[in-house]
Structures are given as C-alpha cells and as structure tokens.
Design a protein around this ligand. Structure first.
Ligand code: GLV
Length: 324
C-alpha cells in the first residue's frame, strides 16, 4: 500500500505530481492555513506531511499523528516545528536549504538599497503627483558604496549577502559563533567580530541567523542602543529575532536611522508603529519568492518526504544522525 502524505497548503503542481507517483496524497489545495484541529484530524493516518512555515507542527500536533515518519518543511527555516518532539518519536524533519540562497540574498540587497535610497518613498512621491521638478535635495538617501555592512550569521545566505556587498564596494564585518574557515574569510574579505562590536561599527546590519530560543530577541533595546545613529537594520531571517516594539521605539527616537524588514514578529500582523514610520521599508516575507526558487523548494520538500518514506536518507534532514 502506498504511504499517505498530507500536503497542508497549496504548492507548485510539480511537487504534487512527484508525490502522487509513490504516495496517496491528501492535498489541502488552498492558500488558507489549516486550523490546528483540522490539521490534527488530517494527520491521523498520515505517514508524511509536506508543510509550510505557516503551519505550527507542535508537540500536540505530532502526538495526534501516530503513523507520522517525516515532516518535510517547504522552507529553510523550521522554527514552526517542534523538532525535539519529532526526534523523540523518531520522526525525521527536513528543510529546503541551498535552492533559495541566491534569491534571498538578492532580496536582502534589494531591501538594503531600497531603504538606503528611500525607493518606496520616492515612488509614492511620483505616483502621488508630487514630482514637479528636479531638486538638489529631493529624496536624498544614504550611500552604500564605501560603507560597512555587519552580517549577523555567516551561513549560506549570510555568505551570499557578503559576496554582493563586496561587489557594491562595502567593507564586510560578520559575527558568528565561530570564525569562518580562512578560505571563506579571504574570499569574502570579511572580518569576524563579537556581535556587540559589530553593531558599534556597522552602517548597515543584516540579520541571517535561524530562530532558536537563544536568538529570539537577539536584537532588543540594549543592542539597538549600541548601533550607530545613522545605521539601517535589515531583517530577512525571522521576525522574532528582533524585539519589534523596541525597534519601533528606537526608530521613533532616532537611535537608528531606518529599517528594511521582510519578516515580522507576529506575521502577517505588522506593528502599527512600523506602518506609521516613513524610514522603514516593509515587505510581506518574500525573500525566496521567485517562481523558479519556490518551485524548487516544493519539489525538494516532496523529494525529502519520499526519501524517508522509502527508507532512504533524505538530502536535507535537520536532525543530526538520521540513518540512511
Ligand atoms: C523562508 O522564510 C524560509 O525559511 O525558507
């Protein structure tokens, strides 16, 4: 008998076609998120689930799925999943790293440039019919070339952002639990610093750490106070890395100059203080949103799921020591 797989939300069709070759697919083909009770019910007989960062797969949900063998997240981040609860049950959790690195780094840089050069504000100015002539001081922003970018977390995406920064003539600092291997540091010409020193020296700070207990509110009042008054904070990782209320206060009080945010603490709700500020650029979590990348993420999750159900080692388990 084919194993049963629940796909919790709409995905690109190639992933469904792949899964259907080997599995019986229960497809919730909708952009709506399954409420917890319905998710639990539909997981009752599932051996695999292909889920998204909007699905909370906590210990309770896992307990309601006695046959579950694999949780395949269509995302590189997996903070929506209680990995410890899954591991305790021998359930493999997988993610989709690699395929989204360049697209997410592009979006990070787009956000950095848009915030520095006030692009949304400039576009609104034109569309609102307010552009009457060229003025020497019209919508002037901040230089990027020659400035210092502090990258917090030098994983795949952090490194891809560092490469772009070098191309833009920026000096690159980074903080990470361990210094990068010599070859990587030399390629990126990036200098390793403790986080607090990096914050004191950077003109732009870009966050690229996963959301874990120890990174929640990594950037809160104290660290915002360490940043330079003209600094701009960019976040394309996870919203709760930043204490959003503290960020609003810092922006309102001029402790920092601006922020470019693709992720928020309580998505899709955005702090009203952020919505009211002109010096922030706000995007609806579109870091990896190209058709090619999102298709690859969906098919990669399907492949990860199918590998586990076949008894093979998936390409991207998040737990160490997943047997082959
Ligand atoms: C998106 O945020 C992802 O984690 O892939």
């Amino acid at each position: 008998m084919k194993p049963r797989v629940l796909v919790t939300r709409h995905v690109y069709p190639a992933a469904i076609a792949m899964l259907q070759e080997e599995c019986t697919v229960d497809y919730h083909d909708s952009h709506d998120v399954l409420p917890k009770e319905r998710l639990r019910r539909r997981l009752q007989h599932a051996e695999g689930v292909v889920c998204q960062l909007t699905d909370t797969i906590d210990a309770e949900v896992i307990a309601a799925a006695p046959q579950l063998r694999v949780i395949a997240n269509v995302a590189v981040g997996y903070d929506n999943i209680d990995v410890a609860a899954a591991t305790a049950r021998g359930i493999v959790v997988t993610n989709t790293p690699g395929v989204l690195t360049e697209a997410t780094a592009d979006l990070t840089f787009a956000l950095l440039l848009a915030t520095a050069r006030r692009l949304p504000e400039a576009e609104r100015h034109l569309r609102d019919g307010k552009w009457h002539r060229w003025d020497v001081d019209l919508l002037c922003g901040t230089d990027v070339a020659g400035r210092t970018l502090g990258i917090v977390g030098l994983g795949r995406i952090g490194r891809a952002v560092a490469r772009r920064a070098r191309g833009f003539g920026m000096r690159v600092l980074y903080s990470a639990p361990r210094p990068a291997p010599d070859a990587t540091a030399a390629e990126l010409q990036a200098v390793h610093l403790p986080l607090d020193t990096l914050l004191q020296q950077s003109d732009f700070v870009s966050l690229h750490v996963p959301l874990r207990a120890e990174t929640r509110h990594l950037i809160a009042v104290e660290r915002l106070c360490r940043m330079r008054r003209h600094a701009i904070l960019i976040n394309t990782s996870r919203g709760p890395i930043v204490d959003e209320a503290a960020l609003v206060a810092a922006l309102e009080e001029g402790l920092i100059a601006g922020a470019g945010l693709d992720v928020f603490e309580h998505e899709p709700t955005v702090h009203p203080g952020l919505l009211a500020l002109p010096n922030v650029v706000l995007l609806p979590h579109v870091g990896s949103a190209t058709v090619t990348v999102r298709t690859l993420m969906c098919t990669l999750a399907a492949k990860n799921c199918m590998a586990v159900l076949r008894g093979e080692r998936p390409d991207h388990p998040v737990q160490a020591g997943v047997p082959g």
